[in-house]
Write a protein that binds this ligand. Structure first.
Ligand code: AMP
Ligand code: MG
Length: 408
């Protein structure tokens, strides 16, 4: 099988992935979830003309000139409207959010008034400053009106969106079900962090990044741990993934053709519909994709950097598609090279690079000097992946380039 270009591979991954069914999520649990439907306002906000300040509700003609003396006839607090009418020569005490009483069209702020208590039963408000008509009044529907679609399907709900949905009077929102991602590592040599590796053993690392990435993208994760390099155990782990109801199985390691690379063999025996297993990219050539029934399978390479970059480039868009997002693919951003780069070969290169501000406001991307796909220190230090297209010519420091930002 020839190496597949990255864009073609991504198109295959996304080809028969569609958003998961919708469910109603209570607002308090909806942060970061993706709307499965447009959300229309169930009420008008504010529902009436209301005061924007603490002060006095009056008729504008009465306060066109100052000083003006008005008779105090009542009080409106937020949530307690006033039943009467403000007529010429009258004022009603009003507080922020209070519904404008009938007859009143303007609010004079408290700071521009003084009170004269004529008797126990009667007070006069002296307005010391002219106030134009409509001042300090929020008109009904200023924010939105019933039926207005304010949040669109496909939107990942932000903290602010939750406040808006609440104000629109939705106790729950229709969101796509969270994808379930099963994560399986393979390798006889892997031991958990905190243990003392024996001869030839290495510490398992890449699942920690994959799991965190999947969770940040809004998935529930089933951690299947480490399968040894034996066919029965690998098959058993794949079956555990299916039994867990996973929408995506992500394996790492064992995806190439080494004697111990059993992932593809095990998946094939289980009936995998394979779409590809070699991509024209670096890091990460041996990456596998296919379907096992309804479950999407991504076989990431074992090397930690390859595994991360492939998860970033393929798992994230797949999750975003399943979770219903419309902003699926990350757009490369422009930068300038901080150091010369040699001509590229037939594989797209995703170089780990740091970003720094340039003298003219540009962003300077400098590739880490060592790009070995086993090296986690430069990956953690990197701010972005610097993209080198297949066969890109040698490029000098200062020339334009394209980057994909890594999330902090
Ligand atoms: P493989 O594709 O299984 O041959 O793995 C390639 C390289 O990545 C080997 O050096 C493995 O030891 C290493 N590797 C595989 N899986 C992991 C893992 N989960 N964490 C860290 N290193 C791994
Ligand atoms: Mg292995």
């Amino acid at each position: 099988m020839a190496l597949m270009p990255v864009a073609e591979a991504l198109a295959l991954v996304l080809r028969d992935a569609s958003p998961l069914p919708a469910e109603a999520a209570p607002l308090a649990q909806a942060h970061g979830r993706v709307l499965a439907d447009d959300l229309a306002a169930l009420r008008t906000q504010p529902p009436d003309d209301v005061s924007a300040m603490d002060g006095y509700a009056v008729q504008a003609e009465d306060v066109a000139e100052a000083p003006a003396r008005l008779k105090l006839i009542g009080e409106v607090a937020a949530g307690r409207p006033y039943d009467g009418t403000v007529s010429k020569g009258e004022a009603a005490r009003i507080f922020t959010g209070g519904v404008m009483p009938r007859g009143a069209d303007t609010v004079v702020i408290q700071e521009h008034t003084s009170r004269v208590d004529d008797s126990v039963a009667s007070s006069t408000v002296v307005v010391g400053k002219p106030t134009p008509k409509g001042r300090n009044v929020r008109p009904k529907g200023l924010d939105f009106r019933t039926g207005a679609v304010l949040l669109r399907r496909g939107r990942r709900l932000s903290d602010r969106d939750l406040a808006l949905a609440a104000a629109m009077n939705h106790p729950t929102v229709p969101v796509h079900r969270r994808p379930r991602v099963a994560v399986l590592a393979t390798g006889d040599e892997l031991v958990m962090p905190g243990t003392t590796p024996g001869a030839g053993e290495i510490v398992y690392s890449n699942g920690f990044a994959t799991i965190a990435l999947a969770k940040r993208e809004g998935c529930d994760v089933v951690d299947l741990g480490i399968a040894p390099d034996r066919l029965p155990e690998t098959i058993a782990a794949i079956r555990r993934a299916s039994a867990s109801g996973a929408d995506i199985l992500v394996t790492s390691g064992g995806a190439s053709v080494g004697e111990y690379d059993l992932v593809q063999k095990a998946l094939a025996g289980e009936g995998l519909a394979l779409s590809f297993w070699k991509i024209a990219m670096r890091p990460g050539r041996p990456m596998l994709h296919g379907r096992l029934g309804a479950m999407h399978v991504l076989g990431l390479p074992g090397n930690p950097v390859s595994s991360y970059v492939c998860a970033y480039l393929f798992l994230v868009p797949l999750i975003r598609r399943l979770i219903g997002r419309t902003d699926i693919e990350r757009t490369p951003e422009p930068a300038v090279l901080g150091a010369d780069l040699p001509e590229n070969d037939e594989r797209a290169d995703y170089l780990r690079a740091t970003l720094a501000p340039g003298p003219d406001g540009s962003r300077v991307a400098t590739a880490c000097p060592l790009q070995d796909s086993s090296m986690l220190a430069p990956l953690a230090r990197a701010d972005c992946l610097l993209i080198r297209e297949p066969h890109a010519p040698a490029a000098r420091a200062g020339s334009p380039c394209a980057i994909l930002r890594l999330d902090p």
